[in-house]
Design a protein around this ligand. Structure first.
Ligand SMILES: [Zn+2]
Ligand SMILES: [Zn+2]
Length: 116
């Protein structure tokens, strides 16, 4: 898998007490994910479902503070991050590409909403 330069992180910062993940990309852009936003993006089969079956997040669950508390973030090779949540959930591998695509900043949100 090759990353486009824009989805290559140059700096990753995890602020556990604030519950925030900040990524600075090679193109100078900065993405700030709060823990809840990040939790809702969890790409694992349990959360998002697989093979057409809905996942846990499709049931619009009410997240508890334990479920949205970042306990740890592991770097998976050079392509992904795997957060561990305080409830023990750690099976979501967030590729940098998907994190880049899901950047929650106003600028990126506006671009995604624009019909192509
Ligand atoms: Zn998950
Ligand atoms: Zn952005």
């Amino acid at each position: 898998m090759s990353l486009s330069p824009a989805s290559k992180p140059v700096k990753i910062n995890v602020d556990r007490s604030a519950g925030r993940l900040t990524i600075e990309w090679a193109d100078g852009h900065r993405s700030e994910f709060d823990a809840e936003t990040l939790r809702l993006l969890c790409p694992c089969a349990f959360c998002q479902g697989e093979a057409g079956r809905p996942g846990w997040l499709d049931t619009n669950p009410t997240l508890t503070s334990i479920q949205t508390q970042l306990a740890d973030v592991r770097l998976i090779g050079a392509y992904a991050l795997a957060p561990t949540w305080a409830d023990g959930h750690d099976t979501g591998y967030y590729t940098f590409e998907s994190l880049c695509e899901n950047c929650p900043c106003a600028e990126c949100t506006a671009v995604r909403r624009r019909p192509s």
